[in-house]
Design a protein around this ligand. Structure first.
Ligand code: 2DT
Ligand code: MG
Length: 211
């Protein structure tokens, strides 16, 4: 019974290319955890509901143009504006299942040619995830899945460069799950990974992202 004790919640992040199945799996994982009596919320970045998020959303829809570094900093600011709420939720015992985080920030901007260290810097001090699940799907396979929605970045050549950068960001908190497996199999893996993580981090203090 994950999360029934009084410890803090876990910060669980799902990462992967567009059409890798993140959003569906986040929703499935969330309803599973809730069904287990675990206090959990689903979050996503960019959070398009804030003022900064609306600027990001217009940029992604090609309704506005922004300099590459400017949009990078807006994505980071969009996480910073949620940091305090994130911390209070986690300390209050709520687990957060988050669809994209700082790794998307770095991988997508670095795929444009920006310096990786420069890309990482503004996210130093955000809350470090307890678990990062990378849904691994070949860019070609992801593109086949009903195509892309037409937002900026939803192009196969670009997604291939993003995949390379994701690869170089992997560290010990990452678990790579084969996202081309049947949806139910992926779901099973995620349930197990998340449940273990929630149990293990209850007594651990929150830490900050240092890269
Ligand atoms: P969604 O399709 O998941 O809404 O993402 N992105 C996302 C960045 O370039 N930097 C970031 O920091 C984040 C969180 C990935 C919209 C697109 O925004 C990209 C896809
Ligand atoms: Mg998208």
């Amino acid at each position: 019974d994950a999360g029934s004790k009084s410890g803090r919640g876990a910060l669980v992040v799902l990462e992967g290319l567009d059409r890798s199945g993140k959003s569906s799996q986040c929703a499935r994982l969330l309803s599973y955890l809730e069904g287990q009596g675990c206090r959990a919320e689903g979050w996503r970045f960019p959070d398009r509901g804030t003022c900064v998020g609306q600027m990001i959303s217009a940029y992604l829809a090609n309704e506005s143009q922004l300099d590459d570094r400017t949009i990078h900093l807006l994505f980071s600011a969009n996480r910073w504006e949620k940091r305090a709420l994130m911390e209070s939720k986690l300390l209050g015992g709520t687990t957060l299942i988050v669809d994209r985080y700082s790794y998307s920030g770095v991988a997508f901007s670095a795929a444009k040619g920006l310096d990786i260290q420069w890309c990482k810097a503004p996210d130093v001090g955000l809350i470090a995830p307890d678990l990062v699940i990378y849904l691994d799907v070949q860019p070609e396979k992801a593109a086949e899945r009903g195509g892309y929605g037409g937002e900026r970045y939803e192009k196969i050549e670009f997604q291939k460069r993003v995949a390379d950068h994701y690869h170089s960001l992997r560290d010990s908190t990452w678990k790579v799950v084969d996202g081309s497996l049947p949806m139910e199999t992926v779901e099973e893996h995620l349930r197990e990974l998340a449940t273990n993580c929630i149990q293990e981090c209850q007594e651990k203090p929150l830490t900050n992202l240092t890269w």
